[in-house]
Design a protein around this ligand. Structure first.
Ligand code: SF4
Ligand code: SF4
Length: 470
């Protein structure tokens, strides 16, 4: 018997109690220091001959909750089989469709969008391709027989291609109805074209989650996310959010850098005052993925060696992260600022990510697909539009590049290099899209352990507060 490698401990400030969490079983306990010390005695062999009956009983309870395991190999076996079953689980089919790579914003941190000639050449899904996407989805439903289907529209700005959105929504809804599959839609949008009409048309088929981006308070957002002519977009987005907040689940996301992070508390104050504040299902922020590292900006980069951006999908949101539960908010977070903004968000009474239950993300799911505007398939939205990382195509075409990518993405095991890290079950080695860009290898850990540790401290404080109230 020995302590699980997935245990995390946080000493609580008062009274000498300790918060214990096991990230594999998700068990969370507040125990006395004596009980916590039993784990050390088990670990250093000082338990077997000296333990009292009471201590044995305590260890039995710890074992029932996963804090004590037979051996290190037990933990390794458990995590390997967990990731295997997570990967092959067919309960849910997830498809993200990039309806277009065009965008109507001219965000200063994004080389895409309404800059120069970009929108003239950026791909947009045709109705003919959308019909073939529908056929391909039907094939996946027939093969996988999922219980639930999550269809996400992303871009670029997905609402610049409404005919494709409406067509696929209606067609997939029909397939799900015929096959008794529970369907949910998600849209990740800049919010400018969000209307009650759009929401009503989609919610006639299935529940809808919308994620809208606000990059700080009014002035900051207007500086970060203007239209091509420099006009601000904050007021129009807020008006649109207010108009749909009763009709669907709305989450607010935001992208910060050093120049904007301090404006987020003012944004949270502002959101709290709005009549729709209590309807927001999630508020969560993350650092901007930058094309390069200009002086004075947080040095988080998502560019390849040749200075190419991370992917063809919208640079404000590599990955989906739209729903209240979506794991992709783990992309590229800057640990300390993330922790600060998480705490501020909670203080303002909004639901947000807890910083611990962040994954594994959808790249580890075999039945999760991203489809580019011309029908190429990708392992996750973080690689969307990057043809060199395409793993296939909806018309089944294969070539050497796609075959090689399909093999690379079939099973990502970055966590195997993470030794005995306690966060493997909720991290799985971090964001592979960021690892691809920053480390040149999707199978290398992209580590933000400090942020997980800060998340556990927050969980411990919450548990202590709840215990004090009980
Ligand atoms: S690899 Fe990164 S971009 Fe892709 S789903 Fe996971 S967290 Fe999101
Ligand atoms: S990437 Fe870092 S935090 Fe994640 S499992 Fe590996 S060592 Fe742990």
């Amino acid at each position: 018997m020995q302590p699980s490698i997935f245990n995390v401990r946080v000493p609580l400030a008062d009274g000498g109690d300790v918060f214990l969490m096991n990230t594999f079983t998700d068990a969370q306990l507040i125990v006395s220091r004596e009980v916590s010390d039993l784990l050390d005695r088990l670990g250093n062999g000082g338990f077997a001959n000296t333990a009292s009956a009471e201590e044995r009983e305590a260890v039995h309870t710890l074992a029932e909750n996963g804090f004590v395991v037979e051996s290190r190999e037990t933990d390794r076996r458990n995590i390997t089989s967990y990731f295997d079953s997570y990967r092959t689980n067919s309960d849910q089919l997830r498809v993200t469709v990039l309806t277009t790579l065009q965008c109507n914003f001219a965000c200063d941190y994004c080389i895409q969008g309404d800059h120069g000639e970009y929108n003239k050449t950026a791909a947009k899904m045709s109705m003919e391709t959308a019909a073939r996407v529908g056929d391909w989805i039907q094939g996946r439903i027939d093969a996988v027989r999922p219980k639930t289907f999550a269809l996400t529209f992303f871009g670029g700005e997905p609402l610049l291609n409404l005919p494709v959105v409406y067509y696929l929504a209606e067609r997939v809804a029909g397939m799900c109805r015929e096959n008794d599959i529970s369907l949910a839609f998600n849209i990740i949008t800049n919010g400018l074209l969000l209307t009650p009409e759009l929401v009503d048309r989609l919610t006639a088929f299935a529940p809808l989650g919308v994620k809208v981006t606000l990059d700080g308070d009014r002035d900051t957002h207007n500086r970060m996310r203007p239209l091509r002519g420099g006009q601000g977009t904050f007021d129009r987005i807020l008006k649109n959010v207010r108009a749909v907040a009763d009709r669907c689940r709305v989450a607010i996301g935001g992208n910060f850098d050093e120049s904007s992070v301090d404006s987020y508390p003012a944004l949270l104050d502002f959101l709290r005052e709005q009549d729709f504040a209590d309807k927001l299902v999630k508020v969560a922020f993350k650092p901007i993925i930058r094309e390069s590292k200009p002086k004075g900006f947080i040095p988080l980069t998502a560019v390849g060696g040749e200075g190419k951006p991370l992917n063809g999908a919208c640079m404000t949101s590599a990955g989906s992260g739209v729903s209240a539960t979506n794991a992709c908010d783990s992309c590229n977070f800057l640990d300390d600022k993330m922790s600060f903004l998480r705490e501020e968000t909670v203080k303002h009474g909004f639901k947000t990510v807890d910083g611990v239950h962040m994954g594994p993300c959808e790249i580890h799911k075999q039945h999760s697909h991203t489809i580019g505007p011309e029908g190429s398939l990708y392992a996750c939205p973080g690689f969307g539009g990057n043809l060199g990382e395409s793993t296939g195509h909806i018309d089944n075409r294969q070539d050497d590049l796609r075959s090689a990518a399909a093999k690379r993405f079939a099973k990502i095991t970055a966590w195997e290099d993470c030794n005995d890290c306690a966060f493997i079950p909720v991290c799985a080695g971090g964001c592979s899209a960021a690892a691809h860009v920053e480390l040149g290898d999707i199978n290398k850990p992209n580590c933000h352990k400090r942020s997980f540790e800060a998340g556990v401290v927050t969980l411990a404080q919450q548990a202590a507060r709840q215990m004090a109230l009980a």
